[in-house]
Design a protein around this ligand. Structure first.
Ligand code: BGC
Length: 358
């Protein structure tokens, strides 16, 4: 945007931010990047937002960071406001990937480039790039962790397993599920893994808005209907918030003791409460997705687009949003459990020792 209107715009952005009650950031510079994140209820998105603000500002960009707090309409109106305020580019992690068609029309008409962040924006061709992790691989790693650690090798089993999926409005949820099922399904078919609830398809296992309390409630129901005289050995969970909800449910009926240990339970994001849970011997593993590296990628993409250069990508096939295959950069997810959390999360500086009760 032009210098002359910067002061006014910054004032409007700050005013608007205060009115919406969400996080807003602004500093000196000529070009403003609107950053629209889904929620502050899970730590990773707070880190994603803060990392991007820091990195954009290092390059001299202004930022306007807002969180939709899992309310689709709020995210849409926050983005509309950013467009009206004249941001120069948008980085969006959608709450509902299919709800942004009108607002992307607006961005397109105003020549504001859009980068899809972590989650894919569906059904619109005005998405320049997609910065994310290898989402199918996340599911594969979670599935393989179960396969390798439950004792199949030692000829143990059969095992009981219950399955959770993510939010049906998030394209990633299908990738995690498909990746995990590519490993787990053969064991379900062979009878090595028994899903006593019978809830084996995505729709039955889905957790709208990735809600930990909904997952807890679903687990309560499964435990009372299907596990009155049997124990759960494994819970496949795609996300730390779901894992903690499931763990609360299990503990409420007596799991978590020597006689009745918690099942092997997966997760994703390495949120600090789940890392603490791993240290405490409750959640078994999580997936670390370095939000610093993802922020780097998104910032590189925005910078390239604004300079009319090409950004570096490593995947031009996988992420078809219904209108185009969005050129993507996929980062590597890393499994974390009690054996490697210090090396991966603390020695890398992502967390410090003081963040945990070790
Ligand atoms: C992200 C995951 C996260 C989930 C819930 C997904 O789109 O890729 O990292 O666990 O949303 O916030």
């Amino acid at each position: 945007m032009k210098k002359g209107i910067l002061g006014l715009t910054a004032a409007l952005v700050l005013g608007l931010t205060a009115a919406c009650g969400s996080e807003g950031t602004s500093s000196g510079g000529d070009t403003t990047i609107g950053i629209s994140m889904p929620t502050q209820s899970s730590e990773r998105w707070v880190n994603d937002g803060n990392n991007m603000v820091e990195e954009f500002e290092e390059l001299g960009y202004d930022t306007d960071l807002q969180y939709g707090e899992d309310v689709v309409e709020d995210q849409v109106s926050q983005i509309e406001n950013m467009i009206t305020e004249g941001v120069d580019a948008l980085v969006i992690a959608p709450i509902d990937g299919e709800a942004l068609t009108n607002v992307l029309d607006m961005a397109e008409n105003s020549n504001i480039p859009v980068i899809s962040y972590d989650r894919l924006i569906m059904n619109h061709d005005h998405v320049s790039y997609y910065a994310t992790f290898d989402n199918f691989e996340v599911g594969v790693i979670q599935g393989e962790y179960i396969e390798e650690n439950i004792g199949l090798d030692e000829g143990e089993g059969p095992f009981t397993i219950e399955l959770f999926a993510g939010s049906p409005d998030d394209n990633n949820a299908y990738f995690f599920w498909d990746g995990a099922m590519s490993v787990l399904e053969p064991y379900i078919e062979s009878g090595d893994f028994e899903v006593r609830s019978g809830q084996t398809n995505f729709d039955q296992a889905a957790t709208p808005q990735w809600s930990g309390s909904d997952a807890q409630e679903r687990m309560d129901n499964i435990l009372s209907s299907d596990y009155s005289n049997e124990e759960v050995d494994i819970v496949y969970s795609p996300f730390d918030g779901i894992s903690l909800g499931v763990i609360s449910s299990l503990k409420s009926v007596g799991y978590g003791t020597e006689e009745q240990p918690l099942p092997l339970i997966t997760g994703q994001d390495a949120d600090s409460s789940s890392v603490q849970s791993i240290i405490d011997g409750e959640q078994t593993m999580t997936i670390f997705k370095d939000t610093r590296a993802l922020a780097d990628k998104a910032v590189e993409m925005v910078d390239a687009v604004l300079k009319e250069e090409e950004a570096e990508v490593n995947d031009t096939e996988t992420y078809d949003n219904g209108e185009k295959v969005v050129p993507s950069n996929l980062l590597e997810p890393v499994p974390v459990d009690e054996d490697n959390y210090e090396e991966v999360l603390i020695e890398s500086g992502y967390y410090s020792k003081e963040d945990f009760d070790m």
